[in-house]
Design a protein around this ligand. Sequence first.
Ligand code: PAF
Length: 290
Amino acid sequence: MAKKTGGSKQKLRVVRALPALKGVIAEYRTRHKTIALVPTMGALHAGHLALVQSAQRRADRVIVSIFVNPAQFAPNEDLKTYPRTFAKDLAALRHAGADLVWSPDVKTMYPDGFAMRIVPDGPASVGLEDRFRPHFFAGVATVVAKLLIQCEPDFAMFGEKDYQQLKVVTRMVRDLGLKTRIVGVPTVRETDGLALSSRNAYLSPAERQTALILSRTLKECASGLRADKPVDDVLDRGSNAIKAAGFVLDYLEARNADTLAPLQSGKKEPTRLLVAARIGTTRLIDNLAV
Ligand code: PAF
């Protein structure tokens, strides 16, 4: 039986070594407790806490992993400066009623001589994030596979905010026959529409204001597509609006919501709008169902 969602202060275990993690998991299993994993890189915000709540609704015990995964950052990306707020994260998780934080160091996750990489295909090679961050999904797939093997969860929660990542992980679990069920959780937004992201911390107040163009444009494009306006026109208008606001646009695309393949003309199919754009030194992504 899944337990009630948090809010009360309770004992949060913090574990950094694999034998200790395995000990706690064995204890959960002996007591017939189901387990949900929330994989994170820390710098937790309300979007992560929504994942924790969703996990609490499904499982008896909630493990949150906090590991800034070097394998998913390219040399020119923000690994060194990625926000690290461990003490604050623990306080938030304690308050949310999570049970266990799994926070290995890099040597524990990737011991000397580590020579393994999962290189996903399918939704990982559709010309979206993979076009701009070619190293990214192998890094994510490898670490998520390790986290699933380490934590042995019944469920693992992933935000729809990283929609392509959600699809890649779902496919990986299916293709490798892993027993964990991957659960997608809707994006949490500020009241003005900005999708919550740890990288929002990089935005200046002016950039944060400008960033609202992304969610606005997605909404407008979704209305246009629902009204059967031509896809190319809708996306052109949207792209121009994002660029005019001051962003460098990586992509604004309408894709099949399941496979992420380009839409086939004249065919009705479940559709997802996805955007990635850069402002100053910050790269933001967002997406919306049509
Ligand atoms: O979405 C993230 O925070 C990361 O990509 C994940 C899934 C925790 C893997 O490092």
